[in-house]
Design a binder for this molecule. Structure first.
Ligand SMILES: [Zn+2]
Length: 681
């Protein structure tokens, strides 16, 4: 195969609508040479900045640094998007081969003493700059420092090795989880195995079987399939099998075992932190967050934990009672919880998922999200089927503002596939910026809904779609000058505010009446069902809050360890910690360390699973501004939300941005109220 630049589509001008990656002509073997060439081009640009004769100033150093590397960023974004959403053994091999060199490139850029020297000069004179320029210079300076720019030469060399090794290990961790998820399956034979499963779960299980070329019904470890199975299956033995496989991901002996991989990552992170002079990785990581310290993050978890334990105990008692009334013996086990919670929900609130789902057909939920963005921010979405995408499931949209100007491109990939990682996430193929030629954002949302005919969502699924769409809007509505400050590249415990606040709209009766229509009859969801849904939602909050908070506690604890050597048995560490915290045995965790991708598939949420709760303080308090104004679409509040939160990216300090939106700092009470935890103290 000829791999000269002349034939590699990644290295040609991207002659596609809006300059999207030429997905329809990309092959795995294009990436390694293209990324190598793009890294070289980036180095050349930086060399020109470092060696110029002119005195360092904002334009020739900070703004120029911000402009550099656009080609590399574009190719890397296309690559990582494919490895997450449509991977293959070939792409996985390229990903393993590139992890080290990409990390080495990042280290080399930030350890270039000439570049850092110029940034430092501009930084020292930053008071004379305008606010956004000053913010950029402060951010770049901190990026350099946190990547090791100030370390002595010998320490820098070791630091770069540590970062490369971490990149290899986190890649392996993620590939191991994907392996365990895509290789396990439970075949259901006949009516006895299908007992309790509503039509939509059966349809998804048939679809999963068809995708794997077999007849009948298959349960896989895709969250969108295994969670409904655990919720509805009357077969306790099969629920137990599915549960054990699900929580056992990453803990299977052999070449995909993550137990040692996670320990190796923790050991290297501890070394990384020590090189920076911090006692633990949690200290290093939290230094660049809104919370700022372990004490602040832990303080929020401590405030919520005992209230959540009290709430979950009330729920457990109700579940146990229902189980005994049905003549089953023993205690509620983790594989029983969802099933009996569904029974209690049905009995107490007359709500069950099978009744609710016909009102949440996927296409209608997508339109509901678009409509909320129109009413709040004046955005309009129109399908562009001529834009090349990487899989037929992906839909592309052009996004216009009130004046009809195109402000961005939005791609949505909603379905679970065997070659796609689990969960839901937003990513960017290009950030908005106008440092040089203005560039429109290209924003991608991934969900993992099981495909059906039609695809029907639960209210939780719909909320997930709104969550990711909130991140998407944060990217699409970005209105800043510099790439580094654009979109969701904010402090990490602030990033869930735009996503979580957007979840509130799918719970609004006004939105539900308009968009939650029965897929067969078109009838709107009845008011009485909305009311029952809202009461029923309170019931599960103890379970959700305890599982989430337990995972956040484990994350902080394991990253707060100061010993160079991590615990010999991470699974035992996790179990002992949770027992000491009083986690009821029937609950189970959201994520166990051996498959906790937030922590170990990258450093994104390492020592940072608390981010969601931190941002929830802000979103609960922030959404009250609409309640106080008397309408979920109050134009004045929506205008402030757009100006101070969605549009500013990282160009403003997050605490100041929030105060500008709300007129004051946040309080924790609305979060406790929203989760029904106030009475539980
Ligand atoms: Zn999120």
């Amino acid at each position: 195969m000829d791999m000269k630049a002349g034939t590699n589509p990644l290295l040609q001008p991207w002659d596609t609508p809006h300059g999207l990656p030429p997905f329809d002509s990309l092959r795995p073997e294009h990436f390694e040479p293209a990324l190598a060439a793009a890294m070289q081009a980036h180095r050349d640009e930086l060399e020109a900045i470092a060696t110029q004769a002119a005195e360092p100033d904002f334009d020739n150093t900070a703004a120029a640094f911000d402009r550099a590397g656009a080609q590399l960023a574009g190719i890397a974004a296309a690559f990582y998007n494919l490895t997450s959403s449509a991977t293959s053994p070939e792409l996985q091999a390229v990903q393993r081969a590139l992890a080290g060199p990409m990390a080495a490139h990042h280290s080399a850029v930030h350890m270039d003493a000439r570049l850092f020297g110029r940034i430092a000069v501009v930084h020292a004179r930053r008071e004379a700059l305008c606010a956004e320029q000053r913010r950029l210079v402060e951010r770049l300076h901190l990026d350099f420092v946190r990547a090791g720019a100030r370390l002595p030469a010998a320490a820098q060399q070791r630091y770069a090795q540590v970062m490369q090794e971490l990149a290899r290990l986190t890649t392996r961790f993620a590939q191991n989880v994907l392996h365990d998820e895509s290789s396990w399956q439970l075949a259901l034979h006949g009516e006895a195995d299908l007992a309790g499963l509503p039509d939509f779960v059966r349809a998804s299980a048939r679809q999963a079987a068809a995708e794997r070329g077999v007849d009948g019904h298959l349960i896989t470890l895709a969250r969108s399939l295994v969670v409904p199975f655990l919720t509805f299956s009357q077969r306790r033995d099969l629920r137990e099998q599915a549960w054990r496989a699900w929580v056992g991901r990453g803990e299977n002996a052999g070449e995909h075992d993550n137990r040692e991989v996670a320990r190796d990552i923790l050991r290297l992170r501890n070394e990384q932190a020590r090189l920076h002079g911090h006692a633990s990785y949690a200290d290093y990581s939290l230094a660049d967050t809104m919370a700022g310290t372990q004490t602040a993050a832990q303080g929020l978890l401590n405030e919520v934990w005992p209230r959540a334990l009290a709430a979950v105990e009330r729920e457990r008692a109700a579940l146990h009672e229902a189980m005994q009334a049905a003549g089953e013996r023993g205690e509620i086990e983790p594989w029983d919880w969802r099933y009996w919670a569904e029974q209690v929900r049905r009995e107490r609130y007359a709500v069950d998922d099978a009744e609710v789902k016909p009102y949440f057909e996927l296409g209608r939920v997508v339109q509901a999200a678009f409509d909320c963005a129109t009413r709040l921010f004046g955005l309009h979405f129109s399908a562009r089927d001529d834009i090349p995408v990487y899989h037929p499931d992906v839909r592309a949209y052009e996004v216009r503002d009130r004046e009809g100007r195109v402000v961005g491109i939005f791609l949505q990939d909603n379905h679970a596939r065997a070659n796609k990682r689990s969960g839901a996430w937003m990513s960017s193929l290009r950030w908005q910026a106008r440092n040089g030629a203005p560039q429109l954002p290209v924003i991608l949302n991934n969900n993992n809904f099981a495909k059906g005919e039609p695809t029907l969502l639960s209210l939780d699924d719909a909320r997930t779609l709104f969550h990711e769409f909130g991140h998407g809007l944060h990217g699409l509505l970005s209105n800043v000058t510099y790439v580094r400050l654009s979109g969701t590249q904010v402090l990490r415990d602030f990033v869930e505010l735009p996503s979580q606040i957007f979840e509130h709209w799918i719970g609004e009766p006004e939105v539900l009446r308009r968009h939650a229509r029965h897929y067969q009859t078109g009838a709107p969801i009845p008011d009485a069902l909305i009311e029952r849904l809202q009461r029923a939602r309170r019931f599960g909050q103890g379970y959700e809050t305890v599982r989430y908070t337990a995972s956040a506690i484990v994350d902080l604890a394991v990253h707060a360890l100061t010993d160079a050597e991590p615990p010999a048995d991470l699974c035992a560490f996790e179990a002992e910690l949770l027992q000491a915290q009083g986690l009821p045995p029937g609950v189970g965790l959201n994520h166990r360390l051996v498959h906790f991708q937030h922590l170990f598939a990258s450093s994104g949420y390492a020592a940072g699973y608390y981010y969601y709760l931190w941002a929830e303080v802000l979103d609960a308090d922030g959404y009250d501004a609409f309640t106080e104004a008397g309408s979920p679409f109050d134009a004045e509040v929506a205008g402030r939300l757009l100006r101070h939160i969605y549009a500013v990216g990282n160009s403003v300090d997050p605490a100041a941005a929030y105060a500008a939106f709300r007129g004051r700092g946040p309080t924790v009470q609305p979060l406790l109220k929203k989760r029904g935890l106030l009475e539980a103290a």
